[in-house]
Design a protein around this ligand. Structure first.
Ligand code: TLP
Length: 347
Protein backbone atom coordinates (compact mmCIF):
# COMPACT_ATOMS: atom_id res chain seq x y z
CA UNK A 1 0.00 0.00 0.00
CA UNK A 2 1.17 3.53 -0.79
CA UNK A 3 -0.19 5.47 2.17
CA UNK A 4 -0.81 9.10 1.25
CA UNK A 5 -3.64 9.65 3.75
CA UNK A 6 -1.49 11.68 6.12
CA UNK A 7 2.04 12.31 7.36
CA UNK A 8 0.79 10.97 10.71
CA UNK A 9 1.22 7.42 9.34
CA UNK A 10 5.03 7.69 9.42
CA UNK A 11 6.96 4.93 11.22
CA UNK A 12 9.71 5.84 13.70
CA UNK A 13 13.22 5.58 12.23
CA UNK A 14 15.78 3.04 13.49
CA UNK A 15 17.63 5.86 15.26
CA UNK A 16 14.40 6.77 17.09
CA UNK A 17 13.80 3.18 18.15
CA UNK A 18 17.39 2.92 19.45
CA UNK A 19 17.08 6.21 21.33
CA UNK A 20 13.84 5.02 22.92
CA UNK A 21 15.40 1.75 24.03
CA UNK A 22 18.33 3.56 25.63
CA UNK A 23 16.56 6.64 27.00
CA UNK A 24 17.58 7.92 30.41
CA UNK A 25 14.32 8.62 32.25
CA UNK A 26 12.94 9.96 35.52
CA UNK A 27 9.65 11.14 36.96
CA UNK A 28 8.63 14.03 34.74
CA UNK A 29 6.06 15.34 37.22
CA UNK A 30 8.97 15.96 39.60
CA UNK A 31 10.75 17.66 36.68
CA UNK A 32 13.27 14.83 36.80
CA UNK A 33 13.13 13.25 33.38
CA UNK A 34 16.35 14.30 31.61
CA UNK A 35 15.10 13.24 28.16
CA UNK A 36 11.88 15.25 28.48
CA UNK A 37 13.83 18.26 29.72
CA UNK A 38 16.26 17.99 26.83
CA UNK A 39 13.42 17.75 24.30
CA UNK A 40 11.62 20.74 25.82
CA UNK A 41 14.80 22.83 25.82
CA UNK A 42 15.59 21.88 22.22
CA UNK A 43 12.03 22.67 21.07
CA UNK A 44 12.04 26.04 22.83
CA UNK A 45 15.43 26.91 21.31
CA UNK A 46 14.38 25.99 17.76
CA UNK A 47 11.33 28.24 18.08
CA UNK A 48 13.17 31.07 19.81
CA UNK A 49 10.89 30.84 22.86
CA UNK A 50 11.74 30.90 26.56
CA UNK A 51 10.28 27.49 27.37
CA UNK A 52 8.29 24.53 26.06
CA UNK A 53 6.25 21.67 27.48
CA UNK A 54 5.89 18.15 26.08
CA UNK A 55 2.34 16.91 25.52
CA UNK A 56 0.82 13.70 24.18
CA UNK A 57 -0.68 15.10 20.96
CA UNK A 58 -1.32 18.17 18.87
CA UNK A 59 -4.91 18.23 20.06
CA UNK A 60 -3.84 18.22 23.70
CA UNK A 61 -1.22 20.88 22.96
CA UNK A 62 -3.74 23.23 21.38
CA UNK A 63 -6.22 22.72 24.20
CA UNK A 64 -3.64 23.18 26.98
CA UNK A 65 -2.52 26.40 25.25
CA UNK A 66 -6.10 27.69 24.96
CA UNK A 67 -6.73 26.86 28.63
CA UNK A 68 -3.61 28.84 29.49
CA UNK A 69 -4.85 31.94 27.63
CA UNK A 70 -8.59 31.88 28.37
CA UNK A 71 -11.01 31.61 31.25
CA UNK A 72 -14.52 30.18 30.94
CA UNK A 73 -16.64 32.28 28.61
CA UNK A 74 -13.65 33.88 26.89
CA UNK A 75 -13.97 33.84 23.13
CA UNK A 76 -11.47 32.30 20.69
CA UNK A 77 -11.18 33.95 17.28
CA UNK A 78 -10.27 31.41 14.59
CA UNK A 79 -10.67 30.54 10.92
CA UNK A 80 -13.58 28.36 9.85
CA UNK A 81 -11.27 25.82 8.17
CA UNK A 82 -8.88 25.40 11.10
CA UNK A 83 -8.06 22.07 12.70
CA UNK A 84 -9.11 23.23 16.17
CA UNK A 85 -12.63 23.87 14.86
CA UNK A 86 -12.92 20.77 12.65
CA UNK A 87 -11.07 17.92 14.28
CA UNK A 88 -10.54 18.50 18.01
CA UNK A 89 -13.99 17.43 19.21
CA UNK A 90 -14.84 20.99 20.26
CA UNK A 91 -12.57 20.43 23.30
CA UNK A 92 -12.10 24.12 24.05
CA UNK A 93 -15.87 24.57 24.29
CA UNK A 94 -16.54 21.20 25.93
CA UNK A 95 -13.87 21.39 28.62
CA UNK A 96 -12.89 25.05 28.76
CA UNK A 97 -16.29 26.71 28.30
CA UNK A 98 -14.77 28.87 25.55
CA UNK A 99 -17.00 29.90 22.64
CA UNK A 100 -15.60 29.97 19.09
CA UNK A 101 -15.78 33.19 17.12
CA UNK A 102 -15.38 31.89 13.57
CA UNK A 103 -14.27 34.00 10.62
CA UNK A 104 -13.88 32.70 7.07
CA UNK A 105 -10.46 31.46 6.04
CA UNK A 106 -9.23 32.74 2.70
CA UNK A 107 -7.88 30.22 0.18
CA UNK A 108 -4.40 30.95 1.55
CA UNK A 109 -5.34 30.13 5.15
CA UNK A 110 -5.55 33.72 6.34
CA UNK A 111 -8.37 35.50 8.21
CA UNK A 112 -9.08 38.98 6.93
CA UNK A 113 -7.51 41.44 9.37
CA UNK A 114 -10.37 43.96 9.19
CA UNK A 115 -12.74 41.21 10.21
CA UNK A 116 -10.43 40.19 13.06
CA UNK A 117 -10.34 43.82 14.20
CA UNK A 118 -14.13 44.01 14.23
CA UNK A 119 -14.44 40.65 15.99
CA UNK A 120 -12.17 41.62 18.90
CA UNK A 121 -14.60 42.52 21.67
CA UNK A 122 -14.70 45.94 23.18
CA UNK A 123 -13.52 45.59 26.79
CA UNK A 124 -15.84 45.89 29.77
CA UNK A 125 -18.96 46.23 27.67
CA UNK A 126 -21.85 44.58 29.54
CA UNK A 127 -22.90 41.35 27.84
CA UNK A 128 -19.81 41.02 25.68
CA UNK A 129 -17.54 38.05 26.27
CA UNK A 130 -13.84 38.77 26.62
CA UNK A 131 -11.70 37.99 23.57
CA UNK A 132 -9.25 35.45 24.98
CA UNK A 133 -6.97 34.56 22.07
CA UNK A 134 -6.65 34.61 18.27
CA UNK A 135 -5.73 31.25 16.69
CA UNK A 136 -3.97 30.74 13.39
CA UNK A 137 -2.73 27.59 11.70
CA UNK A 138 0.62 27.29 9.91
CA UNK A 139 0.93 25.47 7.57
CA UNK A 140 -2.81 25.45 7.01
CA UNK A 141 -3.98 21.87 6.62
CA UNK A 142 -7.46 22.24 5.07
CA UNK A 143 -6.24 25.14 2.93
CA UNK A 144 -3.87 22.78 1.12
CA UNK A 145 -0.84 22.98 3.40
CA UNK A 146 -0.20 26.58 2.50
CA UNK A 147 2.31 28.46 4.70
CA UNK A 148 0.99 31.79 6.00
CA UNK A 149 2.71 34.86 4.56
CA UNK A 150 5.18 36.43 6.97
CA UNK A 151 3.85 39.97 6.24
CA UNK A 152 0.39 38.75 7.21
CA UNK A 153 1.67 37.28 10.47
CA UNK A 154 3.49 40.48 11.33
CA UNK A 155 0.35 42.55 10.70
CA UNK A 156 -1.80 40.16 12.70
CA UNK A 157 0.65 40.26 15.62
CA UNK A 158 0.62 44.08 15.58
CA UNK A 159 -3.19 44.15 15.55
CA UNK A 160 -3.37 41.63 18.40
CA UNK A 161 -0.83 43.58 20.45
CA UNK A 162 -2.74 46.80 19.90
CA UNK A 163 -5.76 45.13 21.53
CA UNK A 164 -3.78 43.22 24.12
CA UNK A 165 -4.92 39.82 22.81
CA UNK A 166 -2.44 36.91 22.51
CA UNK A 167 -1.92 34.93 19.29
CA UNK A 168 -1.73 31.13 19.40
CA UNK A 169 -0.27 29.35 16.39
CA UNK A 170 -1.31 25.78 15.66
CA UNK A 171 2.04 25.07 14.07
CA UNK A 172 1.50 21.31 13.84
CA UNK A 173 3.62 21.59 10.68
CA UNK A 174 5.63 24.72 11.47
CA UNK A 175 8.84 23.11 10.16
CA UNK A 176 7.08 22.53 6.83
CA UNK A 177 6.15 26.22 6.80
CA UNK A 178 9.78 27.07 7.55
CA UNK A 179 11.04 24.80 4.75
CA UNK A 180 8.46 26.15 2.29
CA UNK A 181 9.40 29.76 3.01
CA UNK A 182 13.09 28.97 3.45
CA UNK A 183 13.11 30.67 6.86
CA UNK A 184 14.16 29.49 10.32
CA UNK A 185 11.16 28.25 12.34
CA UNK A 186 12.10 30.88 14.91
CA UNK A 187 11.21 33.64 12.41
CA UNK A 188 7.78 32.12 11.88
CA UNK A 189 7.16 31.64 15.60
CA UNK A 190 8.20 35.24 16.36
CA UNK A 191 4.71 36.58 15.58
CA UNK A 192 2.89 34.19 17.92
CA UNK A 193 2.76 34.24 21.72
CA UNK A 194 2.38 30.48 21.83
CA UNK A 195 3.03 27.74 19.30
CA UNK A 196 1.96 24.10 19.30
CA UNK A 197 3.99 21.89 16.99
CA UNK A 198 3.84 18.15 16.30
CA UNK A 199 6.71 15.68 16.36
CA UNK A 200 4.50 13.02 14.81
CA UNK A 201 3.74 14.40 11.36
CA UNK A 202 6.58 14.75 8.84
CA UNK A 203 9.12 14.46 11.64
CA UNK A 204 8.02 10.83 12.09
CA UNK A 205 8.22 10.52 15.89
CA UNK A 206 5.69 8.03 17.30
CA UNK A 207 4.12 10.29 19.95
CA UNK A 208 3.97 13.88 21.05
CA UNK A 209 3.87 17.60 20.50
CA UNK A 210 5.45 20.60 22.18
CA UNK A 211 3.87 23.89 23.18
CA UNK A 212 6.31 26.79 23.33
CA UNK A 213 6.07 30.34 24.62
CA UNK A 214 7.15 32.53 27.54
CA UNK A 215 8.12 30.82 30.81
CA UNK A 216 4.96 32.20 32.38
CA UNK A 217 2.74 30.86 29.58
CA UNK A 218 4.38 27.44 29.73
CA UNK A 219 3.82 27.24 33.47
CA UNK A 220 0.09 27.82 32.89
CA UNK A 221 0.07 25.36 29.98
CA UNK A 222 1.59 22.75 32.33
CA UNK A 223 -1.36 23.29 34.66
CA UNK A 224 -3.70 22.82 31.67
CA UNK A 225 -1.88 19.64 30.67
CA UNK A 226 -2.36 18.27 34.19
CA UNK A 227 -6.08 19.08 34.12
CA UNK A 228 -6.32 17.16 30.86
CA UNK A 229 -4.65 14.13 32.43
CA UNK A 230 -1.62 14.64 30.25
CA UNK A 231 1.12 15.07 32.85
CA UNK A 232 3.29 11.96 32.45
CA UNK A 233 5.93 10.08 34.40
CA UNK A 234 8.86 8.34 32.64
CA UNK A 235 7.92 10.06 29.38
CA UNK A 236 11.57 10.21 28.37
CA UNK A 237 10.99 6.92 26.56
CA UNK A 238 8.91 8.78 24.00
CA UNK A 239 10.68 12.14 24.31
CA UNK A 240 13.90 10.41 23.19
CA UNK A 241 12.33 9.75 19.77
CA UNK A 242 11.22 13.37 19.65
CA UNK A 243 14.79 14.56 20.15
CA UNK A 244 15.95 12.41 17.23
CA UNK A 245 13.04 13.77 15.18
CA UNK A 246 14.13 17.37 15.77
CA UNK A 247 17.78 16.56 15.16
CA UNK A 248 17.46 14.46 12.03
CA UNK A 249 14.13 14.94 10.25
CA UNK A 250 13.84 18.69 9.66
CA UNK A 251 16.48 19.08 6.95
CA UNK A 252 14.86 16.48 4.70
CA UNK A 253 11.44 18.21 4.53
CA UNK A 254 12.14 19.90 1.15
CA UNK A 255 12.23 16.38 -0.30
CA UNK A 256 8.59 15.83 0.75
CA UNK A 257 7.67 19.23 -0.67
CA UNK A 258 9.33 18.46 -4.00
CA UNK A 259 7.37 15.19 -4.22
CA UNK A 260 4.08 16.88 -3.29
CA UNK A 261 4.65 19.44 -6.00
CA UNK A 262 5.31 16.71 -8.57
CA UNK A 263 2.20 14.91 -7.44
CA UNK A 264 0.09 18.09 -7.67
CA UNK A 265 1.38 18.98 -11.13
CA UNK A 266 0.72 15.43 -12.33
CA UNK A 267 -2.81 15.44 -10.89
CA UNK A 268 -3.51 18.81 -12.52
CA UNK A 269 -2.96 17.18 -15.91
CA UNK A 270 -5.53 14.44 -15.39
CA UNK A 271 -8.93 15.07 -16.99
CA UNK A 272 -11.62 15.66 -14.37
CA UNK A 273 -9.23 16.71 -11.57
CA UNK A 274 -9.10 20.34 -10.43
CA UNK A 275 -6.47 21.68 -8.09
CA UNK A 276 -5.28 25.09 -6.91
CA UNK A 277 -1.58 24.70 -7.64
CA UNK A 278 -0.69 28.06 -6.03
CA UNK A 279 -1.34 26.76 -2.53
CA UNK A 280 0.69 23.56 -2.96
CA UNK A 281 3.88 24.72 -1.29
CA UNK A 282 4.50 22.07 1.34
CA UNK A 283 3.65 18.36 1.70
CA UNK A 284 -0.15 18.49 1.38
CA UNK A 285 -2.06 18.13 -1.89
CA UNK A 286 -5.83 18.76 -1.85
CA UNK A 287 -7.79 18.40 -5.08
CA UNK A 288 -11.30 17.90 -6.44
CA UNK A 289 -12.47 14.93 -8.50
CA UNK A 290 -16.13 15.91 -8.55
CA UNK A 291 -18.23 16.30 -10.62
CA UNK A 292 -16.30 13.87 -12.88
CA UNK A 293 -16.42 11.10 -10.27
CA UNK A 294 -17.93 10.75 -6.82
CA UNK A 295 -15.26 11.58 -4.22
CA UNK A 296 -15.93 8.54 -2.03
CA UNK A 297 -15.86 6.30 -5.13
CA UNK A 298 -12.52 7.82 -6.14
CA UNK A 299 -11.02 7.14 -2.70
CA UNK A 300 -12.35 3.56 -2.73
CA UNK A 301 -11.10 2.91 -6.29
CA UNK A 302 -7.64 4.24 -5.41
CA UNK A 303 -7.57 2.00 -2.32
CA UNK A 304 -8.58 -1.04 -4.35
CA UNK A 305 -5.50 -0.36 -6.50
CA UNK A 306 -3.13 0.08 -3.55
CA UNK A 307 -3.10 3.86 -2.99
CA UNK A 308 -4.58 5.29 0.21
CA UNK A 309 -6.05 8.79 -0.09
CA UNK A 310 -8.08 10.81 2.45
CA UNK A 311 -11.62 11.89 1.75
CA UNK A 312 -11.45 15.51 2.93
CA UNK A 313 -15.16 16.19 2.63
CA UNK A 314 -16.03 19.66 1.39
CA UNK A 315 -12.38 20.41 0.64
CA UNK A 316 -11.87 17.49 -1.77
CA UNK A 317 -9.48 14.53 -1.62
CA UNK A 318 -6.13 14.81 0.19
CA UNK A 319 -2.74 13.23 -0.39
CA UNK A 320 0.19 13.97 1.93
CA UNK A 321 3.84 13.18 1.25
CA UNK A 322 6.18 12.08 4.04
CA UNK A 323 9.26 10.09 4.97
CA UNK A 324 7.67 6.80 3.83
CA UNK A 325 6.93 8.02 0.28
CA UNK A 326 9.45 7.71 -2.56
CA UNK A 327 9.63 9.14 -6.09
CA UNK A 328 8.43 5.78 -7.41
CA UNK A 329 5.42 5.93 -5.11
CA UNK A 330 4.48 9.31 -6.58
CA UNK A 331 4.77 7.93 -10.11
CA UNK A 332 2.59 4.94 -9.18
CA UNK A 333 0.00 7.10 -7.41
CA UNK A 334 -0.30 9.30 -10.51
CA UNK A 335 -0.64 6.29 -12.77
CA UNK A 336 -3.37 4.83 -10.58
CA UNK A 337 -5.20 8.19 -10.39
CA UNK A 338 -5.08 8.39 -14.20
CA UNK A 339 -6.59 4.90 -14.48
CA UNK A 340 -9.34 5.62 -11.94
CA UNK A 341 -10.26 8.92 -13.60
CA UNK A 342 -10.32 7.42 -17.06
CA UNK A 343 -13.32 5.22 -16.28
CA UNK A 344 -15.27 7.42 -13.89
CA UNK A 345 -18.60 6.70 -12.32
CA UNK A 346 -20.25 10.15 -12.51
CA UNK A 347 -20.93 11.89 -9.20
N1 TLP B 1 -4.14 16.43 11.72
C1 TLP B 1 -4.48 15.11 11.21
C2 TLP B 1 -5.99 14.85 11.32
O1 TLP B 1 -6.47 15.11 12.59
C3 TLP B 1 -6.80 15.64 10.36
C4 TLP B 1 -4.02 14.97 9.78
O2 TLP B 1 -4.04 13.84 9.28
O3 TLP B 1 -3.62 15.99 9.18
N2 TLP B 1 -3.24 20.71 14.08
C5 TLP B 1 -3.16 20.39 12.77
C6 TLP B 1 -3.01 21.49 11.78
C7 TLP B 1 -3.23 19.06 12.37
O4 TLP B 1 -3.19 18.78 11.08
C8 TLP B 1 -3.36 18.05 13.35
C9 TLP B 1 -3.49 16.60 12.95
C10 TLP B 1 -3.44 18.43 14.69
C11 TLP B 1 -3.37 19.78 15.03
C12 TLP B 1 -3.65 17.44 15.81
O5 TLP B 1 -2.59 16.62 16.05
P1 TLP B 1 -2.81 15.21 16.80
O6 TLP B 1 -3.35 14.28 15.77
O7 TLP B 1 -1.45 14.87 17.28
O8 TLP B 1 -3.77 15.44 17.91
Amino acid sequence: MIDLRSDTVTQPTDAMRAAMANAVVGDDQYGEDPSVRELEALGARLLGKEAAVFVASGTMGNLAALLAWCGRGDEIIMGDECHIFWYESGGAAALGGMPFALLPNTRTGEIDLDRVRKMIRQKNRPGYPRTGVICIENTHNRCGGVPLRQEYLTQLAALAREHDVPVHMDGARIFNAAAALDLPAEEIARNADSVQFCLTKCLAAPVGSLIAGSADFVQRARAGRKILGGAMRQAGVIAAAGIVALQTMIDRLPEDHRRARRLAEGLAQIDGITIDLDVVQSNIVIFKVEPAIDQAEFVAAMKARGVLVSNYGTRGARMVTHYGISDDDIATALEVARTVMSAPVAA
